[in-house]
Design a protein around this ligand. Sequence first.
Ligand SMILES: Nc1ncnc2c1ncn2[C@@H]1O[C@H](COP(=O)(O)OP(=O)(O)O)[C@@H](O)[C@H]1O
Ligand SMILES: [Mg+2]
Length: 158
Amino acid sequence: MSSDNAALVIEIATEHQMHEIGVRLGSALIAGDLLSLNGPLGAGKTTLTRGIGEGAGAQGNISSPTFLIARTHATESGTPFHHIDAYRLSSPAELDDLDIDYAGSICVIEWGSGYAEGLAESMLEINIERDLQTDLRTISILGTGRFTDPRDFLGETK
Ligand SMILES: Nc1ncnc2c1ncn2[C@@H]1O[C@H](COP(=O)(O)OP(=O)(O)O)[C@@H](O)[C@H]1O
Ligand SMILES: [Mg+2]
């Protein structure tokens, strides 16, 4: 069943719920998967990444790297989990310097828009909006490759 690339839109009321969505997503990831997270500072990209990492079995602490652009976490399955923050990059060519094997790893890129496109066949683009009045987050999810219907990876949400 195809949804003709309609974005999956989910409202998220709490940090805990953001984390849980990440866990659910992360547990479905395999080598070759790429996630591009977008949304303003404080939207919840790192919070979501922490959940994704937990679901994927990433070891160590996932944090917003202040000086590092990328951090690699080992996982229980052996597939490396890369957490990239593209905020300070000035061109996609700088990502190449990291020499990441996208096909052989799971990769989450914060601020990925403009950087993540074309790096992997299966990409999930997650955009997070924050309502400053209610603090509610709205995430919209679009995917390519095996993520063409993101509902397969998230199921129905409460
Ligand atoms: N529904 C929510 N989802 C995610 N984070 C939330 C939510 N409500 C409040 N927060 C808070 O917003 C902040 C999000 O920070 P962070 O995940 O680092 O964002 P980003 O990486 O997008 O800059 C955290 O302090 C978190 O506690
Ligand atoms: Mg962040």
